[in-house]
Design a protein around this ligand. Structure first.
Ligand code: 0X9
Ligand code: CA
Ligand code: ZN
Length: 457
């Protein structure tokens, strides 16, 4: 949430947190009393031990500025919410200790539903979402839905496999356009989702767009016009391995990264949104520790998933010109519209002119007015380096945004809102997506400078 907007700090928040906290505190104390060293590790104790190692969310009071949040993030935690005088982080035991070492006290928040409720029998690999989440699409279910749409709308929608994940799952790119099989000279717009494993709502966002744009072509004027004059690319799942891992035990694991082992380490996973090849690792906006939530990987674009999508984006350079003009990368949560740069607090500088910045901000604020999110430059949250939007703009001059979707806070479900919210929270971004598509032929029109920047105006 926006740090400097006190109205977004709800009055009821402290009370809700206090109530949740007392619930959360009661259980561990009771459990500790019965703690005895197990004689032999049984399957059940191994399972319990694994659950005990899952990261948790904590409220940390104190950090109130982007700089304070950036220092906190340097411990390797992820910052999931930013409020005027507090943040919510995800941290494992070692990271929680590191944060306490900075002098902060941590208040544990409740675990995602399912974590304690119904863990799978040890050894079982659960392939579906738990109760209350059945309408979320697993990787296989998403593929089936996509294949059905491609079969139904062959002139509007085409599917290609642009590469594979670390574990070998296909990474798909869907193209939506009239005359979809032809590469026409039309402005292109890219929508990506699910860099972070636990952000499952973003896959639903991608599926919503596919469904909406195919189903309403010919009946909805704005959609018809956009499919007639744009080429829309949707990469619905950038991190299929992480997504599968997050649900595989039957209890959400709060997993963020991909599933690629780090070199010379027992640790698994690179934070894909710290791995893109622009100012990679430059600015204390990521971690070099493979145990951390924000591990940037051993080198820029070391993650196969990042390589696959980078290569795909490069393949859209035709006649020396990048065809993709604008993009949104969907994340959860906090209800934000973010724009580059994340690696610096500066609004302008090398690679970002005043006009560029003003165009980003003008379009970003208008999109945010349509969905009720908070608009800001991404470094106002905390510094990030190696994020996709910095790369898309810095390297490819794509007007690239990051949307942090529903909810605004952990109290409304955090990374794991129930499936009942899917229709409302995906369609909530319909207008913003249409706005970005409509402006993509000349983004600088937003600041009235189409004559200067877009020769064909
Ligand atoms: O930290 C992130 O990667 C994003 N937040 S999340 O909770 N989904 O992990 C925010 C990225 C903000 N920075 C840029 N967009 N550059
Ligand atoms: Ca076309
Ligand atoms: Zn994310």
């Amino acid at each position: 949430m926006r740090p400097h907007t006190p109205t977004r700090i709800r009055g009821g928040r402290t009370t809700v947190l206090a109530a949740l906290l007392s619930l959360a505190l009661a259980a561990p104390i009771a459990a500790q009393a019965q703690d005895a060293p197990p004689a032999e590790p049984t399957a059940a104790t191994r399972d319990a031990a694994q659950r005990a190692e899952l990261p948790h969310q904590y409220e940390v009071r104190g950090p109130a500025t982007p700089a304070a949040r950036t220092s906190l993030a340097a411990t390797g935690v992820s910052i999931d919410e930013a409020h005027a005088h507090a943040v919510v982080i995800t941290a494992d035991r070692a990271q929680a200790t590191a944060v306490r070492g900075l002098g902060y006290s941590l208040r544990k928040l409740p675990d995602p539903p399912g974590v304690a409720a119904s863990p799978a029998a040890p050894g079982t690999r659960v392939k579906d979402f738990p109760a209350g989440y059945a309408k979320y699409h697993t990787y296989d279910e998403a593929r089936q839905q996509i294949d059905a749409l491609v079969a139904k709308y062959p002139d509007l929608l085409s599917k290609q496999t642009i590469g594979t994940s670390h574990e070998g799952r296909d990474i798909l790119a869907l193209k939506l356009s009239k005359n979809v099989t032809k590469d026409e000279a039309e402005p292109e717009v890219l929508f990506t989702a699910h860099q972070h494993a636990r952000e499952h709502l973003t896959v639903e966002m991608a599926l919503y767009l596919l469904d909406e744009f195919t189903g309403k072509y010919g009946s909805d004027d704005r959609i018809t016009k956009m499919l007639d004059s744009r080429e829309i690319w949707i990469v619905p799942d950038l991190n299929p391995d992480g997504g599968a891992y997050d649900i595989a035990s039957g209890a959400f694991r709060s997993w963020r990264k991909n599933r690629q082992p780090a070199p010379d380490s027992q640790e698994v996973g690179t934070d894909l949104n710290r791995n893109w090849d622009f100012k990679w690792g430059c600015c204390d906006g990521s971690s070099d520790d493979p145990a951390d939530e924000t591990y940037r990987g051993p080198s820029a674009a070391s993650a196969p998933e990042v390589q696959v999508v980078s290569k795909f984006v490069h393949s859209r350079i035709i006649g020396g010109k990048q065809q993709i003009k604008a993009a949104i990368d969907f994340h959860t949560y906090s209800e934000l519209v973010l724009w580059p740069f994340g690696f610096t607090y500066d609004e302008t500088g090398p690679g970002m002119t005043q006009d560029d910045h003003d165009t980003f901000a003008t379009i970003g604020k208008k999109m945010a007015a349509s969905n009720g999110y908070t608009p800001e430059q991404s470094s106002e949250l905390y510094v990030t380096d190696g994020a996709i939007d910095d790369w898309l703009w810095g390297d490819q001059k794509v007007f690239a945004y990051t949307f942090e979707m529903y909810p605004s806070s952990a109290g409304s479900g955090g990374f794991y809102p129930k499936d009942t919210v899917i229709p409302k929270e995906t369609s909530r971004n319909r207008e913003a997506v249409l706005q970005l598509l409509e402006t993509a032929d000349c983004p600088y029109r937003a600041i009235g400078k189409e004559a200067q920047y877009c020769k064909e105006g």
